[in-house]
Design a protein around this ligand. Structure first.
Ligand code: 8YV
Length: 323
């Protein structure tokens, strides 16, 4: 066992914490509450490795605090927009993430949101639980069919592709996608997917649009009042990426005014705060950022983060280095 000090900012799956305990001098966050800024700074000063998550805002001020001991931030998750990567680089701190292992779980949640929003599943369940279901009738709670519709995917990375596969092969959906990375022609023809260069033109054809791009200055508020206005009024917006890629206030406004039909959201601009106008809306499905939340996936994410920590302890190449 190494004398390397590793501090986890949140509780990780038990098997993963046990594995880490055998590798290093481990400090866990027993009560699992997000650390304050001062606690984060202290953690960077007192430990060689910080095991971080999306709930840690590791910005320039935190990362440039004096007397840092930390040389690796092993982030538990694929998205790392909670870490200022330039500040980490300047501070000489390597950053790793956990790509690949949460692709299927997150795509599953995108499809869950699509189906729930289109078929009014949340609304129906609330009605039934409230004891207000009068029984079946031919015209009650009629939703929108998903099968055969058109899906626009924004960001065709691993999760975008996994969602496209489910939509195309499971629901016979026609796929358009707006993305920096273009699939090769064979993949495009297998999926029946069409790459588009003009976001607004694509949105005009979408029955559903699903966000799968990473959060960055370039993708911030990609869906905003102007781009949302390009969607047809029967369209649904799905977001399992990051809250920042949609202007939440503009989305709430588009939903309130009936300019779009509904939305399914797993992520928010100011988590855990959700724009208050969305909360009472029946045509919006709101999930608490559980895209990767299966036991299997969270353990795989933890093991992937530990693989990086182990490599750091042994002084070998970090498998998932992003900084
Ligand atoms: C993670 C996620 O659970 O990996 C990601 O980018 O959004 C989530 O599924 C979360 O980020 C943990 O840090």
């Amino acid at each position: 066992m190494s004398s390397m000090r590793v501090r986890l900012t949140r509780r990780w799956p038990e098997v993963v914490e046990d594995r880490l305990r055998g590798l290093c001098d481990l400090a866990i966050n027993a009560d699992d509450r997000p650390l304050t800024r001062d606690q984060l700074i202290a953690a960077l000063q007192e430990n060689d490795v910080l095991g971080a998550t999306v709930t840690d805002r590791l910005d320039t001020a935190v990362l440039s605090a004096p007397n840092r001991r930390c040389r690796l931030i092993a982030s538990f998750g694929v998205g790392y927009n909670h870490i200022d990567t330039e500040a980490a680089r300047a501070a000489g701190i390597a950053v790793t993430n956990t790509p690949g292992v949460l692709t299927d779980a997150t795509a599953d949640i995108a499809i869950t949101l699509m189906l729930m929003a289109a078929r009014r599943a949340g609304e129906g369940e609330r009605l039934l639980r409230a004891g207000q279901w009068p029984g079946w009738s031919p015209n009650s709670l009629l939703g929108t069919q998903v099968t055969g519709k058109t899906l626009g995917i924004i960001g065709m990375g691993r999760i975008g592709q996994a969602t496209a596969r489910r939509a195309a092969f499971g629901f016979g959906m026609k796929i358009f996608y707006f993305s920096r990375t273009r699939l090769d022609l064979l993949e495009e023809s297998v999926l029946g997917a069409t790459h588009v260069k003009d976001l607004k033109a694509m949105l005009g054809h979408c029955d559903f649009v699903s966000m799968h791009c990473p959060a960055s200055p370039a993708t911030r508020h990609l869906l905003n009042a102007e781009t949302l206005a390009a969607l047809p009024p029967h369209a649904f917006v799905i977001n399992t990426a990051r809250g920042d890629v949609i202007d939440e206030a503009a989305l709430a406004e588009a939903l309130a005014s009936g300019r779009i039909a509904g939305a399914g959201l797993d992520v928010y601009e100011r988590e855990p705060i959700v724009h208050e106008a969305l909360l009472p809306m029946e045509n919006v499905v709101l999930l608490p950022h559980l895209g990767s939340g299966s036991q299997e996936t969270r353990e795989a994410m933890g093991h992937c983060a530990v693989d990086n920590i182990e490599a750091f302890i042994k002084g070998t190449v970090l498998p998932n280095r992003v900084v």
